[in-house]
Design a protein around this ligand. Structure first.
Ligand SMILES: CC(C)(COP(=O)(O)OP(=O)(O)OC[C@H]1O[C@@H](n2cnc3c(N)ncnc32)[C@H](O)[C@@H]1OP(=O)(O)O)[C@@H](O)C(=O)NCCC(=O)NCCS
Length: 214
């Protein structure tokens, strides 16, 4: 536990731009406390003391505002910055050096037992308020933007934003365009005017045909 505290504390000090002192990190960082509570709860859960594991997870939640199911598998140096409102589900798996901000959900989409929560690989970043849902994989060093909802896997090193989360226009190689290099997901004002004119012409033609018939 002491080794974990030192390793995690060191990585928090290196990654937090507020450059906290050792004292601040050890006594005032809920993200660090939540991971330590989870280590205890996870061990108990796997030794078969599920009720006790749940209880320690609940204590951790009461004290930090971060809910980590005791069954979740968490790698080394997970930094949960700010923390409040984070929910990590039972079958979630998190690699090493992952950074998660407050109000993040690593949740499920199915009531079926079995793997139903995401896997977040080494070095990934999940922005504040993001929801990562279902048994998808967030690749190594990938980033999910703040307040995005990811329901599909994200390849290594790729950034996704929005709901549902996608690469920002022009940033993914396989992004399809609708001509003139305009990304399909970007507004196309010229196309919209042409569509409106086509609709108007169709309406005028129909009106003319009716007058001729009458
Ligand atoms: C997703 C993120 C990592 C992208 O950072 P980046 O690579 O520097 O990307 P950019 O800022 O250049 O943005 C690229 C495009 O995505 C858009 N974008 C960025 N973040 C977005 C988000 N969270 N939701 C929707 N669109 C977003 C930008 O507006 C920009 O669009 P444009 O090209 O049409 O102008 C970053 O914006 C983010 O959300 N980080 C999380 C930070 C966080 O949670 N901080 C909490 C601290 S307490």
């Amino acid at each position: 536990m002491m080794r974990e505290l030192i390793e995690l504390g060191r990585s928090i000090r290196a990654r937090d731009p507020a450059r906290p002192s050792w004292g601040e990190v050890v006594f005032s960082y809920p993200g660090l406390h939540a991971v330590l509570w989870h280590r205890l709860a996870h061990r108990l859960w796997h030794w078969g003391f599920r009720g006790l594991g749940r209880f320690f997870s609940h204590l951790g939640r009461m004290l930090t505002g971060i809910e980590i199911h005791p069954g979740a598998k968490i790698g080394r140096r997970l930094f949960i910055d700010h923390g409040m409102g984070v929910v990590i589900g039972e079958t979630a798996e998190i690699g090493d050096d992952v950074l998660i901000y407050h109000n993040v959900t690593l949740g499920g989409l199915s009531l079926k037992p079995g793997k139903r929560h995401p896997t977040v690989l080494d070095g990934a970043i999940i922005g504040a308020g993001a929801a990562v849902l279902g048994p998808i994989t967030i690749g190594r060093g990938a980033r999910v933007g703040a307040h995005s909802v990811a329901v599909d896997s994200v390849p290594d090193g790729v950034t996704v934003v929005g709901t549902p989360a996608r690469c920002p226009p022009g940033q993914c190689e396989d992004e399809r365009t609708v001509g003139y290099g305009i990304a399909a997901s970007k507004p196309d004002p010229v196309g919209e005017r042409l569509d409106a004119m086509e609709t108007e012409i169709r309406r005028l033609r129909a009106e003319l045909a009716l007058r001729r018939a009458g």
